[in-house]
Design a protein around this ligand. Structure first.
Ligand code: FBP
Length: 548
């Protein structure tokens, strides 16, 4: 593989580890835990993995460890740093015993079910250290949930002598990791399952998980691009840029990018829901900002839009909830099968309540169509396919045209559209993500050696220098509650949405009026890997505000 000069130099970077992981460790157990909600139900569903304590690693005595084999899976959307989790795990198991082996299952959880794998070697791993992407073994969205899949998995795990499986994924994949851990524990199969918190969306976090990996690099990449657009916008002074940002339901990415770049407007889906705003309210809010800036002679600006916005407008949320029910076959709990998109849309339209049908029919055809079509394997609406940025700018233009007729607005409105998501998911990890991910992987080897299953690898105190980071494990059941998915109640890890009383949102809310009126853009520039620590080693503004 031909490498750029940056890749060559970056390959030599040795990621930092918490002090506690730099030698032998001992596992210190905290008090018994319980799930964040529906304790009795979750306990009954996870009798073998419920209530376990949070683990913290401290420096301990070195012990001889028999060689063991480990498997790893990358699950779901790409996130910068995945390769470092794998290299950290590889170095971690080799440090315990050089005879240990690490296998990677190919193209996501499907690789386990279909017995497709590779064995990692020094040369193979060295090619991928500190690089972005998941191409080392590929990723996929196959949902691990059926007994037949678990049984197929155990065959290959036994064949390869694998004692533990590490699943790198978001909330849905870690929920499935826990279901698998429970299944193997209940059957006494002797295979441990450890999760690892991944997703650029930043919505897998709680008291134990400070951030999901990849959020830092992805937001810095998008913020660089937004900064560049803002500089262009402030130079030409003729366009309004409507920028949609990935993040699925949660608005963490949009909020973090707003904190980094200070745009003229940023919508936060969670606030739209709390204020029960209609689509027209959202459009009026944006049009007013455009009109106010025009009154100052500024016919340009930037608007950040979280990709899940549409799902949070209360009337549309109700509609989506009914669509999800209608699209699920109650007999099997699986998605209904249709001959094609048109048949699916006709079925949906014929089976939803009149008030929801009215909402569906009021939406632009392309948005309505997307809402009626298939969900991803975890039951999520594929919001990245809905062009909210175009929808909003069209509606703002119409509103401004109306105001012009009424003499309330005399500016010019010309829009450009952008969608940032895939641009950042495979970026070369920032120093923060390179260190954090390597530590998460290395730490997973210690959880395996300590015999744990049903735990997620965690690294805390990450706003401090890496040596002071705290390593350990959190039982996955601790993060669970029951939620309605595909027409039935299911145990799932609670998704972390933007908290409107949290410090990051409050900071944004205190400043947004000023950012709307004045042009206060910040241009963060590209991620830097070498240089002063205040340039290269900063965490996200979200994390800094949360921790302070
Ligand atoms: P994960 O939740 O699997 O980490 O994926 C995140 C994400 O990038 C979302 O922001 C986005 O909505 C989705 O993946 C896009 O999915 P796909 O890669 O299948 O197009």
């Amino acid at each position: 593989m031909k490498k750029s000069a940056l890749q060559v130099a970056r390959a030599a970077y040795q990621p930092k580890l918490p002090q506690a992981l730099q030698g032998a460790v001992k596992a210190v157990a905290g008090a018994a835990t319980q799930s964040v909600g529906n304790q009795e139900e979750i306990k009954a569903m996870f009798p073998n993995t419920y209530g376990m304590p949070v683990i913290t690693f401290e420096e301990g005595e070195a012990q001889a460890i028999e060689p063991f084999n480990v498997g790893i899976i990358l699950s779901g959307g790409q996130a910068p740093g995945g390769h470092n989790v794998i290299s950290g795990l590889y170095d971690g198991v080799k440090s315990l015993n050089p005879q240990c082996k690490l296998y990677g299952f190919l193209m996501g959880p499907g690789g386990l079910v279909d017995h497709k794998y590779v064995e990692f070697t020094d040369e193979f791993i060295d090619e991928y250290r500190n690089t972005g992407g998941f191409d080392i073994i590929g990723s996929g969205r196959t949902k691990l949930e059926k007994e037949a899949q678990f049984e197929s998995g155990i065959q290959i795990l036994r064949q390869l002598g694998i004692k533990a499986l590490v699943i790198i994924g978001g909330d849905d994949s870690n929920t499935n990791a826990c279901v698998l851990a429970e299944y193997y524990a209940a059957k006494n199969y002797g295979v441990q399952v450890i999760g690892c918190p991944k997703t650029i969306d930043g919505d897998l976090k709680n008291e134990q998980i400070e951030t999901s990996f990849g959020f830092d690099t992805a937001c810095k990449t998008y913020s660089e691009l937004i900064g560049n657009i803002q500089r262009d916008c402030n130079s030409a002074r003729k366009y309004w840029h409507f920028i949609k940002l990935m993040g699925r339901s949660a608005s963490h990415i949009a909020l973090e990018c707003a904190l980094q770049t200070q745009p003229n407007a940023c919508l936060i889906s969670e606030e739209v829901e709390q204020k029960e705003m209609s689509l027209d309210d959202v459009v009026t809010y944006l049009a007013q900002i455009v009109a106010d800036r025009a009154a100052n002679g500024d016919n340009f600006g930037t608007v950040l839009i979280p990709e899940g916005l549409i799902e949070f407008i209360p009337a549309i949320k109700k509609l989506i909830a009914e669509l999800n029910e209608v699209l699920t076959d109650p007999a099997t709990g699986e998605s209904r099968e249709f001959a094609g998109a048109e048949e699916q849309i006709a079925f949906v339209k014929g089976n939803i309540a009149p008030e929801n049908l009215a909402i569906l029919n009021s939406l632009p055809a392309d948005v309505a169509r997307q809402l009626c079509l298939d969900r991803d394997p975890h039951g999520n609406v594929q919001v990245s396919l809905i062009e909210t940025e175009k929808l909003l700018s069209r509606m703002v233009a119409t509103k401004l045209a109306g105001w012009k007729k009424e003499g309330k607005y005399a500016g010019k409105f010309s829009a450009q559209h952008h969608f940032f998501g895939y641009e950042g998911r495979c970026a070369a990890p920032s120093n923060y993500d390179a260190d954090y991910c390597y530590s998460l992987g290395y730490n997973a080897s210690r959880l395996i050696a300590a015999g744990k299953t049903g735990y997620m690898s965690i690294i805390k105190n990450t706003t401090a220098p890496a040596a002071q980071w705290i390593a350990g494990g959190v039982p996955i059941t601790m993060m669970m509650n029951m939620e309605r998915r595909n027409g039935a109640m299911k145990p799932v890890i609670r998704k972390a949405l933007v908290e409107l009383d949290g410090a990051p949102f409050r900071y944004f809310a205190e400043h947004r009026e000023e950012w709307a009126k004045t042009t206060s853009y910040v241009y963060p520039g590209p991620i830097q890997y070498w240089g002063p620590t205040e340039v290269c080693d900063q965490c996200t503004k979200t994390l800094a505000l949360e921790q302070n």
